[in-house]
Design a protein around this ligand. Sequence first.
Ligand code: ATP
Ligand code: MG
Length: 590
Amino acid sequence: MDSISPCSETSRLDSNGEALGQKMSSYLVPTLKEMPAEAEIISHKLMIRSGMIRKLAAGIYSYLPLGLRSLRKVERIIRSEMNRFGAREILLPAVQPAELWKESGRWDKFGPELLRIKDRHKRDYVVGPTHEEVITDLIRREIRSFRDLPLNLFQIQTKFRDEIRPRFGLMRCREFIMKDAYSFDIDESGADVSYQAMYEAYRHIFIRCGLKFAAVEAYSGPIGGSYSHEFMVLAESGEDAIAFCPACSYAANLEKASTPDYPVTPGESGPLEKIYTPDCRHVPQLAAFLKIKEQDIIKSMLYLADRTEPVLVLIPGHREINLVKLKESLDGREPVLASPEEAEKIMGVPMGFVTPVGAKVKIIADCGIKRLGSGVAGTGEKDYHYLRTQVDRDFKAEAYFDLALTAEGDLCPKCSSPLTIKRGIEVGHVFKLGTKYSVSLGADFMGPDGTESPIVMGCYGIGLGRTLAAAAEQNHDEDGLIWPLALAPFQVALLPLQVQNPEVSRVTGALFDRLTGKGVEVLLDDRDERPGLKFKDADLLGLPFRVTVSEKSTSKGQVELKLRATREMSMLPVETAAEEITKLIQADGS
Ligand code: ATP
Ligand code: MG
């Protein structure tokens, strides 16, 4: 459009050096009409369709200009809140020497998610999936005394995790950008203060990002540590399940939730009896055939700890096994369910008929089995089951653990109200690490009395791309994205409908200049395209405010304003339109 000089477009920058206005014709916004076939969840589909991201390889994505602008907004919110809550920014290397990982013990423990590389001298390195080792190495060299503590350092940087199933676009990538922070304190109470500050910072960050989220108690995972919370964005497509108590504040990742006292009615006592149960391999079939409740069946599942030691795991038939808890009860060894062939080889019978009675392998059981006391179990013979299989009479478990996955309706461990289960996306994680890394890597400080003690650490991560994708997952409709103002790549979509019309062109140019002059971010759709296509693309991109300039509106001295979220429309006088839009943006406050 002639009336907008290229100079005015590129010369107006915000305080971050970002261009305030952009013409779509000279910007890479490759929108797609069709839903991309490979995308499974809506955020992934819409971020591809709106030309924000493109896939390079499995779990490896490029950010195109619009995607990058939104990513930068997430980044700036995170940076400012981290600074506000006392963390200081650094930048650590992405490539890390293997020696540090050997020192911490994670070279062997981390498994295939760790991308290991060799340099030209055949020395081992890793592409950092996280930075506890590197930062602890820095701290052990630089920190000497209690006077240097507390300290909290953060970075915003690319990580690599060779995820087994990269999927859902930016949600679960192999290469992704993370904000990771690490706190260093002289004692537990200091570490608590640092943890609390980060917890607060995270609340601020996700509120500012316009997300509906919950902080939930979490399992600490392979990073280790003693205590942690996950920040979950609530969304149906979330990979995590969360146990919520509607009555009190309790919320926990299902992996971590503990409701070992779930109701079990004791089974009937009496002699063991073998009965014919044709074609009853699974609990529901068997319960239906015997006309009993699923809870009356002792489910026996054969696992191989770290793929080697067979362990028979028992649980009442109406409950599922929590694999995280099972792993803990196997001293951290990975529980791998035996295949039908493996089960047959080890137990001499297909999985559905495996029995604890006379089993030659180690048996562990969920606490519910103790309360059940007796139930229907396999016989070790195809198509036969035992009635009244009694704990300690017919089989002995080596140990009882809390192994059952918490279910809807289980009672809250805090207030005993029934729990509900919701789905969520983990966008952030705060851990109290204690002295795990300071001890293994030798990061000590000298106290006032001259004694050396290990530094007490915490670590705090947020996935930037995942946060952005989670926002898309929560904010969209059938026409496209609906960005919260704080994360929108631009605040305003400016749509001249007849770009050849001099009056439309003049009004558009003036509005563009006035808006950007007031610091408003404007994406100008200057393409010579049909109005229908421009409207469709504007809905797809989801910028909060759409301003349409047409022959019809300008003939009345007006432009049309449409709010993307509510679809509310109004006509504004050309002269005051920029002021009114600016006011609306400021009123949003994010
Ligand atoms: P998950 O259970 O989803 O694999 P995690 O527990 O491995 O996550 P952390 O090590 O706590 O994740 O990493 C901190 C943050 O980094 C996460 O809260 C998440 O936002 C982000 N993140 C982790 N893995 C990925 C990934 N594969 N792709 C994108 N973001 C990720
Ligand atoms: Mg992970």
